[in-house]
Each structure stands twice: as C-alpha cells, then as structure tokens.
Design a protein around this ligand. Structure first.
Ligand code: 3H9
Length: 696
C-alpha cells in the first residue's frame, strides 16, 4: 500500500486503485508500488480476480513524459516489466477504464486479460504525436485485438477511439452501465467463477493470420504512411513495428519495438515534439492572469463581417457549441456569407468528417443580421472587417454604443494597433485582439493580443473561448503583425533577394519542403493570393520587385491561374513558368544583380535565421512571454515542422553560436538589417545559453 496505489477487497476480488494526479501517469513512484501490489495479489490464494482502476479524472494516460531521458525512465520496474507481470498473472485481471487510456495506459490495459470501460472513455496510442512509437507492447498487442489495419491507423494517427467503437472492435469487453468499479468487480468475479483458461493477447493470432496470408491491403496502408510522413521518423517506425507484429514471433516483435522506442526517444524529433506538448500547456499560463481570474461567461456571441475570415470564425464558435450572430452591411453580403458556411459544412458531411445531424446542429447555432442592435445581448463580439484602421475604429465606435456592459469586444486584426482600436471605445479594458488564421475554422492557432488596458478577465475570457473552439491560444502583445506575421515579414525581403540572385521559386520551395514545411513560401503565396501582400505593402509604402511585378501583370496566384507558378485548367498543382523565370532574370539584369546557383543550405539560413532573430527581438520587447510561445505560434499557424519544434527550439538545435555567426556573415554581405543579431541572441550564444529548457 502507498498513497499512490491502494488495494481493497470486494469479496474475493481485489481492487487496485491508482491515484497519481493529474493524469495517473506511469512515473517511477507509481510503477514501484503498483508492481509490488500486483506481485503480492498474484500469489494471494484468497484473491480470485483483480481489478485495476484509477482515481481522479482519468485512467492511466501514459508514461510520465517528464521522465523521458532521465534515469527514472530506466529504473525497474519499467512498464514492460509491469505488462509481463500482468499478462502472466494466473487469475483474471480486469482494467476498469474511465477518462482516457492512452499510450502506456492502454498498453497496461492490453496486458490485462479483460477491459471494461465507461461509455465516455477514450482509448488510444498517441505516442506518434510525441515523435515516438508505443514502447511497451502496444504495436504487438493492439493488432492482435483489433486487427492489423485498424491498429495501424490508430497507432499512426495517434487518435483515440471512443468506448462504443472499442467495444465493436473488441478492444473493450464490456461497457459499464452503472458504477464502473462495481461493474468491473462483477465482471471479474464472473470470469473467475467461469474458471475458463485465460487467453493472453500475445497468444492470439486469429486476426493476424489473414493479413499474413494476404498482405496487399496492409502494405498499401504502409505505403501511404511513408508518403505522408514528411520527414517524421515516428510514423514510419510505428508502421514497421505493426508489420513486425504480423511477421515476427511475439517476443522478437516486442524487442524490436523497444529498440525502436529507445532510438526515437533519444532523437531530436521526439525531443522537439515533447517540447511542443509542454509548450502548448505552458502557453495558457499567462502573466497577470492567475488561476483566481475567472473568465466572463460567454453564452451568446457576435461576429462582424461574413467574409472568409468572419465566416470561418463563426463556424469555429458554432463548432465549439457557442451560438453566434453574424452581422453584415447588406442582405446580399449576409446571404452570400451564410451560403458559404452552409456549403462548407455540407462538404464536411460529404467527406464524412461530421454527420448530417451535427451539421444541422452547428448551422442551428448560426444566424445573421444587418442590424447592430441585434448584437446588444452578446457576451463576446469578434470583428472581422477590412484591415483598415478607419473602418475598424468606426466598427468599434458602433459596438461601443450598443454592446451590453461587460461584453468582450475583440478584433481579428492581423497587423493593426489594438490599443488604437480600443481607444475608439469608452471601454478599452474590454477590448482585445483575437487573431485567427485562415481558414479560421480549420487552423488551430489563435493569437490573443493583449492591449495596454485589456483587463485580466478579458484575457481569461478569450483563452476560455479559444479552448471551447478547440484552438491553441497564445497570448501576445501589441506590435505590427504581432508574433507570427512580424516574423514572417522578416524573411520576405530575403526571398526576393534570393530570386534575384539566382534561385528559382521551385528551388526555394523545394528547400522548404525538404526542411519539412508542408508548402514552400511561393506555393503558399499563390494559395493565399499575392494581391494581399501587394495591398499591405502599398499601404505601408513598401515594395517587392518580383511580387509587385507579378501583381501588376494580374498574376495573383491560384485564383487567377497564375502567380509564381502556372496552374493549368483549374488545377492546384504548381507548374514552373518560364515567363516568371524570364521576369526574374530581366529584373536582376536591370538591377545589376549577378546570378549564381544558390545551395539549399543558404536558402534556409537566409530565410529562417532572420525569423529566429526577430523572435529574439520579440522576446526582448516582451511581445511574447516565452520562447516556447513563439514555437506554438509557428507550428500551429504557419506549418513550421513539428519535428523541429518551432523556430526557437530549432535554433537551439542548430546551436546559437552558429546562428549568430551566420547572421553576422549575411549582415556583412547584404547589409540587410534582418540579419543584425539581436542583443539577447548574442548574449545567449556567448554564454552557452539556449531559448528552451530542452527536454533531455
Ligand atoms: C507513452 O506512454 C510511452 C509508452 O508507450 C512507453 C513507455 C515505456 N506525463 O493536457 P492537460 C500533465 S508516451 C506527464 O492540461 P487535459 C500536463 O503537462 C505518453 N505529464 O489535461 C499538465 O500539466 P500542467 C502517451 C502529463 O485534461 C497536466 O498533466 N500519452 C502527461 O486537457 C494536465 O494535462 C500521452 O501522450 C504525461 N503523460 O487532458 C497523453 N499527460 O498542469 C498525453 C499530461 O503542469 N496527455 N500531463 O500543465 C494528454 O493527452 C492529456 O493530458 C489528457 C488530459 C487527455 C490525458
């Protein structure tokens, strides 16, 4: 008995209760008493069956991630020891599952003879999201239970399944109708009374054999995993481990899985992904917004503007179960916006991502108006109109006149000064930025921009609304472009220079793809529309030689069939366009730029190091609270490869002295100030510091 693991008796069934808050992770201090308790119960003749249950919000949610890379992870008993002990216990062992049985938690449950779950339970192996594969038999046992193809999908996606699906695929043996532990005890007692021989999952072959005989479908799935891995090792290793489960004897598959786990856990990709796991949770801890600060209740919301952004924001609110009224200037614009929303939901139904009932429920939460007075009752209003200060001020003036006292007034501006917008109202403490990323109903990032006067409970309200919309909120300060777009701007001039100096758009995009980005910057520009940047540049009195010339030729990207690339017959596939290459060469000649072949390494240095440098300045100015917040912005809003952990974590991996040395080199060569190393960056590099407390 310990304070973490306790044992009680219900007749001749022993109930082992794990109580290791917050998520009952398998830390060493839990594994030790659990092993001792199970070992003792195994040889106690008075005990006929064992139930393993958990206190608190959840069943075991996995290994203790904070222990990875420390000696504690290696100390015995480890999770494989526990699984072997459980599997070899000569009396029925039943896992009683509520909350989430994840990773090592599900592996523990798979080593039991039976699993009983509450209807709301979720079961999965999410290790791949941490750059890992299941390391304690998950890849060998799950395929034996649910079949290799389903197991492969679960392990490679990392997404859990619900109890009903788990019952259907035999991952759980029963759903608890009443009290979970009481039902599990009854189940265990019945199994003990039956006295049938206990079947260990390791000895089952009935779902492997057919796939072993006909591997075509399974191999097709593996090929798809490889295609989609985009440089990440874990999904490929996980798929190989599931194949081992089919092809190898159980113990050999187990050993191969363990070796692969140990290899991955020591690698940079898993370090990066574990860093992001904790970074996402850290980001919600905001200076000046303590646990005592309660969010204001948000029951009704409004969105101003039914364009692409406004529509996407309204969908996010409705998806989060929050009723929303969309305001537009004219009936036609409103009809158009509502029509687009309805069409988007129907596409989701056709794709099978939501049911028709769910679509109707979501649509039922959205209504429209052209009258500001209809927003008077809203607890939160998000403005998504044109990105022009006079228009924003006018909207906030009107909102101020009608919104009820205490309503949170948010702007979706992506660049403008939130303090100036707030000053257009009589209540600047209630004004905040909520910067969504396009498409707003899909992208997870939400930059929450705190103004000088924003009240702490207004920040808490925006964070809470973000969570309800299933976004990843990051609180940032006011500056032009905030964190994400400001860092993005720091690389745009260099992209133009690289083109003029001899790199083609496709060479630059390829360097980005090889780095792990889902898309290169020119493919991205063509997708978003080159006219957006053109308009912004004009408003700021800035120019871009190539970007402006393309726009002057009417080449706005995919929507006009031409941009940096050519898109033939409505295709989204970019084709290199000789006309663009000629334009670049002509401009280079005009400007007297010598052209040469530019290596990929230089492309990465000259575009991504300035972003790191800008990130350091953002930290100096306290626009971001911590380096990991910047990493969350970039991995969730801009597709920075998760296997590299975000720009600041990646800079640490590169080595800060190298980053500074190369920045100075390029500053000397180009004179471009984006390369002038920030004082804090130089200081960190000189003192052996790093941006992140890197996971070991
Ligand atoms: C694994 O199991 C490997 C094995 O195959 C092999 C081993 C040999 N460890 O998310 P929340 C902390 S890999 C340590 O806000 P929720 C978290 O940081 C693991 N700490 O709660 C936070 O701390 P703080 C596979 C953990 O209710 C607090 O708990 N398992 C762990 O929104 C609350 O977390 C996973 O990947 C952990 N495993 O969601 C599951 N998990 O308060 C990871 C959480 O100081 N966990 N913490 O910020 C989750 O997905 C969610 O936490 C969960 C609860 C759904 C469980």
């Amino acid at each position: 008995m310990s304070d973490i693991v306790s044992v009680r008796r219900e007749g001749d069934v022993a109930v082992v209760t794990i109580d290791n808050p917050p998520v009952n992770a398998l830390s060493l201090r839990m594994r030790q008493p659990l092993y001792a308790a199970l070992e003792a119960l195994g040889t106690d003749d008075g005990v006929k069956a064992i139930v393993i249950a958990c206190a608190g919000a959840t069943f075991v949610a996995g290994a203790d991630i904070t222990e990875f890379g420390t000696s504690k992870a290696l100390e015995r008993p480890n999770l494989p020891d526990l699984c072997t002990l459980l599997e070899d216990t000569a009396k029925p062992v039943v896992a009683a599952i509520h909350g989430t049985a994840l990773g090592g938690g599900l592996e523990l449950a798979l080593a039991c003879h039976f699993r009983v779950a509450v209807p709301s339970a979720r079961l999965g192996l999410p290790e791949v999201k941490l750059g890992l594969l299941p390391g304690s038999g998950g890849t060998a046992r799950l395929p034996r239970v649910v079949g290799p193809e389903k197991a492969l999908k679960m392990i490679v996606s990392g997404n859990p399944i619900g109890a009903a699906e788990a019952l259907k695929s035999e991952l759980v043996d029963a759903i608890a109708e009443g009290d979970l532990v009481a039902d599990a005890v009854k189940f265990a007692a019945a199994k003990a009374a039956e006295g049938k021989p206990l079947v260990r999952i390791r000895d089952r072959d009935e779902k492997l054999a057919p796939v072993r005989e006909n591997t075509q479908g399974f191999e097709g799935l593996i090929a798809e995993v490889t295609r989609k891995a985009r440089g990440l090792e874990a999904p490929i290793a996980a798929a190989a481990a599931v194949r081992n489960a089919i092809e190898m004897p159980f113990d050999a598959a187990l050993k191969a899985e363990r070796d692969s786990f140990i290899h991955l856990v020591q690698g940079d990709q898993s370090r990066a992904q574990r860093h992001l796991f904790f970074a996402e949770r850290e980001a919600t801890k905001v200076a000046g917004v303590g646990k005592d600060v309660q969010p204001r209740p948000v029951k009704r919301t409004g969105v101003i503007g039914a364009g692409t952004m406004g529509g996407g924001i309204a969908m996010s609110l409705a998806n989060g179960g929050i009723p929303v009224t969309i305001l537009e200037m004219t009936d036609e614009a409103l009809e158009r916006g509502l029509g687009t929303i309805s069409k988007n939901y129907s596409v989701s139904v056709d794709r099978g991502s939501i049911s028709a009932e769910e679509r109707d429920a979501r649509l039922g939460r959205i209504n429209g108006t052209t009258d500001y007075a209809d927003l008077a009752d809203c607890d939160l209003v998000i403005e998504a109109v044109f990105e022009e200060m006079p228009i924003k001020k006018e909207v906030f003036g009107k909102l101020d006149a009608i919104a009820k006292p205490g309503a949170v007034l948010a702007t979706n501006t992506s660049y403008l000064d939130v303090n100036e917008i707030a000053a257009a109202t009589s209540r600047p403490a209630d004004v905040i930025g909520m910067h969504f990323f396009s498409p707003a109903n899909v992208m997870r990032l939400l930059e929450i921009v705190r103004g000088e006067k924003t009240a702490p409970d207004v920040i808490a309200t925006a964070l809470d609304a973000g969570r309800r919309m299933k976004k990843v909120p990051v609180v940032v300060g006011v500056c032009h472009g905030f964190v994400g777009n400001r860092m993005l701007s720091s690389r745009s001039a260099e992209l133009e220079s690289l083109l003029l100096e001899g790199a083609t758009p496709e060479e630059i995009d390829k360097a980005f793809l090889d780095f792990g980005w889902p898309m290169g910057p020119f493919q991205m520009g063509d997708l978003a529309g080159l006219d957006i940047g053109w308009r912004t540049r004009k408003s700021l009195g800035k120019t871009a030689v190539i970007g402006d010339a393309l726009c002057e030729m009417g080449r706005f990207g995919q929507k006009t069939g031409k941009g940096f690339y050519l898109y033939e017959d409505g295709s989204r596939k970019p084709k290199p366009d000789p006309e663009v290459n000629k334009l670049i060469e002509d401009k280079a000649r005009e400007l007297g730029v010598n052209r040469r072949t530019i290596p990929a390494e230089e492309i990465i240095e000259r575009t991504l190091y300035p972003m790191v440098n800008e990130g350091a300045k953002i930290l100096e100015e306290k626009i971001a609270q911590r380096p990991s917040d910047i990493d969350i912005v970039w991995t969730n809003g801009y597709g920075f490869p998760i296997g590299k952990g975000g720009p600041m974590f990646w800079a640490d991996l590169e080595g800060l002295p190298k980053v500074v040395e190369r920045l100075e080199h390029w500053h000397g060569k180009t004179g471009n100030d984006v390369f002038k190393p920030a004082a804090s960056l130089k200081q960190l590099a000189a003192t052996g510091g790093s941006f992140s407390a890197r996971p070991a």
